[in-house]
Design a protein around this ligand. Structure first.
Ligand code: ZN
Length: 310
């Protein structure tokens, strides 16, 4: 009993520090977002499709992009149906796609085939088939979009071509040269996440590699992805959860955009359903999972933590 009490205290302390860390990350992210404001909406917007895996956190940087100007979609495996993609990004997909570059990004750890994408059972040929097919169907609908399928080594930031759009010469060159590998490989190649971020402005709040899963509010697989993320943290991860709670961040967009409001409402319903499941209820009661609600302005990234931690 005493032991349970003291570990509850340790987790509480971690959460308090984590929230301060999130607020500090948000403060810096607002500055970075403001610095890049003049670059957004000029030229092509990059839409990056990635797996929810916390090790894809810096995919944008690996792809040579500015994370404050790209649009990120994340789900289990980065899986998304053609029609869902077209619907979700419709405002950007005018003029046959001439305003966008789409980067379909799979992940792996070269040399460690068992540390790849769980959503594809670490089956690289299957990942290639999936994203090659998605790329082709997107290209048929959006002939003017530059669309790439590329694999990202999450421990080195190396890049490998699956199928590239040769019209985008700079990106083709980057991938040909293997990307911009990190000076040192990531020390933690395996899963190390202790949290899940549900929302659409990951980089406004999360700065750390391999710390949070990211599930987009409009991910059609959101409910199942939440279960998978929890199961990975509890059973297939190197993270030590004895001194920290699993932190579930749910981010509400401020403003009156009806599409993002509707997406948030759906995400909220799914998240509440997840929280009501018997497994999660039990973990909540013992303080092993905590829900933290956030609010973020999608344009400026200015945000606040809504949940108060006592
Ligand atoms: Zn994955």
């Amino acid at each position: 009993m005493e032991e349970a009490k003291s570990s509850k205290k340790v987790r509480q302390k971690f959460l308090t520090a984590e929230i301060e860390h999130l607020i500090e990350t948000n403060r810096l992210a607002i500055q970075a977002r403001s610095m890049s404001a003049s670059k957004r909406g000029i030229g092509r917007t990059s839409i990056v499709v990635v797996c929810m895996d916390g090790r894809t956190h810096q995919a944008e940087t690996a792809l040579g992009l500015d994370k404050t100007t790209t649009v990120r979609f994340a789900s289990g495996g980065g899986k998304i149906e053609l029609n869902d993609f077209l619907r979700l990004h419709a405002p950007l997909l005018t003029n046959d796609g001439s305003r966008v570059t789409i980067l379909l990004t799979t992940h792996e750890v070269v040399g460690y085939p068992n540390l790849g994408c769980a959503a594809f059972n670490c089956d690289m040929p299957e990942q290639r088939r999936y994203f090659t097919a998605l790329r082709q169907s997107l290209a048929q609908r959006l002939p003017e979009a530059w669309i790439h399928a590329v694999s990202h080594d999450t421990s080195t930031d190396g890049l490998w071509a699956i199928e590239l759009d040769q019209r985008n010469e700079a990106f083709v060159e980057l991938v040909k040269s293997g990307g911009k590998p990190l000076p040192k490989t990531q020390p933690n190649k395996a899963h190390g996440e202790y949290g899940i971020y549900v929302g659409d402005q990951l980089h406004a709040w999360v700065a750390g590699y391999n710390t949070y899963f990211h599930i987009s509010s409009a991910a059609p697989s959101l409910r199942g992805d939440l279960d998978i993320a929890l199961s990975v943290m509890l059973h297939h991860s190197k993270v030590d959860l004895s001194n920290k709670p699993i932190v579930l961040l749910l981010d509400r967009p401020t403003g009156d955009d009806p599409v993002s409001t509707e997406q948030y409402n759906q995400a909220r319903i799914m998240t509440e359903d997840f929280l009501r499941s018997s497994k999660v209820t039990e973990l909540m009661e013992s303080g092993r999972i905590r829900l933290v609600e956030l609010e973020t302005n999608p344009t400026t990234w200015s945000g606040r933590v809504v949940t108060t931690i006592d």
